[in-house]
Design a protein around this ligand. Structure first.
Ligand code: L3W
Ligand code: SF4
Length: 441
């Protein structure tokens, strides 16, 4: 059984409220941290090996150490709670059930970074969660864990919650900052990175909800102990939101040593596939990461079992591997149509493109059009090559990763499931009425 660090108290009744959270030992890590220097805490975070839980897996301690500290310029911590990646709902769970874990993590992180005013930028569609967060902030403030002169240390910290307008692109960190400044959420060119020029051109650290929540157990058990959980550079625990054709959809905390097979089939996690259906494919890290067929999902290119961690999922690179991404684990059984699925994603990315870059603005639209044509049984064989060509022209040629995120699913679908695209073209009359018994397992 995986060790629980973040969700260990998730089912304690009333854990959403300060009193219960405190009774369970809550804010103990903050009290411990305030007896340390910011440099000592930063060292713990570095030693823990924590990697960003939003998708990129960038080492958190390293990001924090990049924060510029010009004299007299305020610095900010911004929590990215704009969780909009299809298949990803683990931050929602954390904020809804354990708001104080996030606030305690923010308090410790703000202390390290020297942020007296920190923000949570939350996805607009999570309309009921800002009230939960704001209530928790008020409770923490009343108990002296936020506000002025926290625990008599002289450190001041306020946390504000900002609701997004419901645009996927505002999860990209620089678009988020633009939106937080009150502007249209268009991504900025990087560099400069937010750590140097972020919110209102001030040095800013943008971290995912789960990354900041993980600071609490790191301080509780020490960075060295946290690093012992997991394997290699995949340290600690990771939240996975599991959905699709599984018996037990939900949010699971795993320690990154379990195999993909165990995650899908064991009763502790997804509980297998309904109606005894076979596994066709899976997208393990949110819609932006490459889809992987069952045979490559259950073992690596070297024939080793594939594990639920950053390295093992990426084994083989983009040709045969995928990514841990945000941990949005989408399972597709044998009845699912890969062409339809890829078309749905293409429609999403086209709709969500901010339109600044021509390859993304135009390319996502073209990919959607071609996929729609093939899916309806109106495609030609050349359309598959055209689709491949369009996605190639997007990848690496845009301001932000949305372009890559739109291209990768299409590339992976053609690479692994070309026969399904061909089936649609060869069987126009069956195209919309029948699903596909093509074997990929
Ligand atoms: C200072 C440097 N900072 C890098 C920072 C950078 C950022 C972090 C990672 O995209 C991925 C994307 C989605 N000095 C720095 C530096 N940084 N070099 O490190 O940067 P980067 O560019 O590798 O990634 P990103 O722009 O943060 C995130 C993928 O995640 N994704 C998206 C999921 C969506 C959600 C959601 O809905 N919650 O997570 C899923 O896989 O495609 O590739 O902070 O500033 N030299
Ligand atoms: Fe906008 Fe797409 Fe360019 Fe990102 S890649 S800046 S979403 S047009």
């Amino acid at each position: 059984m995986s060790k629980k660090l973040l969700l260990k108290d998730a089912h304690v009744e009333g854990i959403r409220y300060f009193e219960t959270y405190r009774k369970q030992g809550g804010y103990g890590a903050a009290e411990k941290a305030f007896k340390m220097t910011p440099e000592e805490i930063l060292e713990e975070v570095k030693v823990s090996g924590l990697r960003g839980r939003g998708g990129a897996g960038f080492p958190t301690g390293m990001k924090w150490s990049f924060l510029a500290k010009p004299e007299g310029v305020p610095r900010h911590l911004v929590v990215n709670a704009d969780e909009s990646e299809p298949g990803t709902f683990k931050d929602r769970y954390l904020m809804e059930y354990l708001p104080h874990l996030l606030i305690e993590g923010m308090l410790i992180s703000s202390f390290v970074l020297g942020s007296n005013v920190s923000y949570i930028y939350i996805r607009g569609e999570y309309s009921w969660i800002p009230d939960i967060l704001e209530e928790a902030i008020e409770e923490a403030k009343a108990a002296g864990f936020l506000g002025k002169n926290i625990l008599g240390t002289g450190f001041d910290c306020e946390i504000y919650v900002q609701r997004g307008g419901g645009a996927y692109i505002c999860g990209e960190e620089t678009a988020l900052l633009e939106s937080l400044e009150g502007k249209r959420g268009n991504p900025r060119l990087k560099p400069p990175f937010p750590a140097v020029k972020g919110l209102w051109e001030r040095p800013t650290v943008v971290n995912n909800v789960e990354s900041i929540a993980a600071i609490v157990p790191i301080i509780d058990i020490t960075g060295a102990e946290y690093a012992k959980i997991g394997v290699g550079r995949s340290t600690g625990t990771k939240l996975i939101s599991a959905c699709g054709n599984i018996n037990k959809p939900g949010v699971y905390e795993i320690d990154m040593t379990i195999t993909v097979e165990e995650f899908i089939y064991s009763d502790e996690y997804c509980g297998g596939i309904p109606n005894g259906k076979k596994l066709k494919a899976c997208i393990p890290g949110g819609s932006s990461v490459p889809i992987v067929p069952a045979n490559l999902l259950l073992k690596t290119v070297n024939g080793e079992p594939r594990y639920m961690n950053y390295e093992s999922l990426a084994d083989g690179g983009f040709a045969t591997g995928t990514m841990m991404g945000s941990g949005g684990f989408i399972v597709l059984d044998e009845d699912q149509c890969i062409v339809e699925h890829t078309m749905t994603l293409a429609r999403f990315y086209h709709h969500e493109s901010c339109g600044q870059c021509t390859p993304c603005r135009e390319g996502t639209g073209w990919m959607h059009k071609i996929l729609k044509k093939i899916e309806k049984g109106e495609g030609k064989m050349e359309d598959i090559d055209l689709l491949w060509d369009v996605q190639r022209k997007i990848e690496g040629n845009t301001i932000c990763p949305l372009g890559d995120a739109a291209a990768w699913p299409v590339a992976a679908a053609i690479r692994h499931f070309r026969d399904e695209f061909e089936w649609h073209i060869k069987n126009p009359e069956l195209s919309q009425t029948q699903n596909y018994g093509l074997a990929h397992y």
